[in-house]
Design a binder for this molecule. Structure first.
Ligand SMILES: [Zn+2]
Length: 237
């Protein structure tokens, strides 16, 4: 049985957390071009956590999703709410250090832009390893089955559009979809770091949503979920 922290009493939590991992989902509120909802990463995070609960529910306690995170690279577009990396890492450190019992904790986010804050918070975490920002973490190794999934269409491109067509097709405005920056991301890393997404893409898209489809989205979700479960199992040892 899976337990949600808000539904437990204190003694129940104390009893359970010795043997379980506290899973804290982290969403994001950031522009995803003209065709995907602003909550795209939150929807994907929730779906992946649902799958983790289905497969490992007996081994975790679920915290509520933190709705706003680090999206400063998108703030030159409307619709982005961001607290920035420094504040997010400070908040995560505070939340985990204030727990009277220090459980094993896993942060889960489909928003790769949270990577810097997660690394700084020194808490085990999972983000899609295929995201561009993973390159910043030299000690990360890309699993073979995840290579190529997210590169080069890192943001609101074919990958995320396919995933959203699988999860919430009612929220995808496919007729509004436009392409964005389609080159490799490594050479423009410095521009992204200083000027954000707008520095390389006026549409707010990195990649091209053309050809996105539900079947591809289901396959990507399955690969991401398998990677998340692997990370969970590493934390839960
Ligand atoms: Zn996204």
């Amino acid at each position: 049985m899976t337990f949600t922290i808000a539904d437990l009493t204190r003694p129940e939590f104390e009893e359970l957390i010795h043997e379980r991992v506290l899973v804290i989902p982290v969403g994001s509120v950031e522009q995803h071009g003209p065709h995907l909802p602003i909550g795209t990463d939150s929807h994907i995070t929730a779906a992946l956590v649902d799958e983790l609960v289905r497969l490992r529910g007996e081994q975790l306690v679920l915290a509520p999703q933190i709705p706003i995170s680090a999206s400063d690279e998108h703030t030159s577009f409307q619709g982005t709410l961001s607290m920035g990396s420094n504040l997010l890492s400070a908040m995560l450190k505070a939340i985990t250090s204030h727990l009277s019992i220090r459980p094993r904790t896993l942060l889960v986010s489909a928003h790769g832009g949270n990577l810097a804050a997660f690394l700084e918070a020194s808490t085990p975490f999972w983000v899609p390893r295929t995201h561009v920002l993973i390159e910043a973490a030299a000690n990360w190794e890309l699993p073979a089955d995840a290579r190529g999934l997210w590169e080069p269409d890192a943001h609101a491109g074919r990958t995320e559009t396919s995933v959203m067509l699988a999860l919430r097709p009612d929220l995808v405005r496919l007729s509004q979809a436009v392409s964005g920056y389609n080159g490799p991301l490594s050479p423009v890393g410095a521009i992204l770091a200083t000027d954000g997404i707008r520095g390389v893409s006026t549409t707010g898209v990195l990649g091209d949503p053309s050809g996105a489809n539900r079947e591809e989205g289901l396959a990507i979700l399955a690969a991401l979920a398998a990677d998340l479960v692997r990370t969970f199992d590493q934390v839960n040892t």
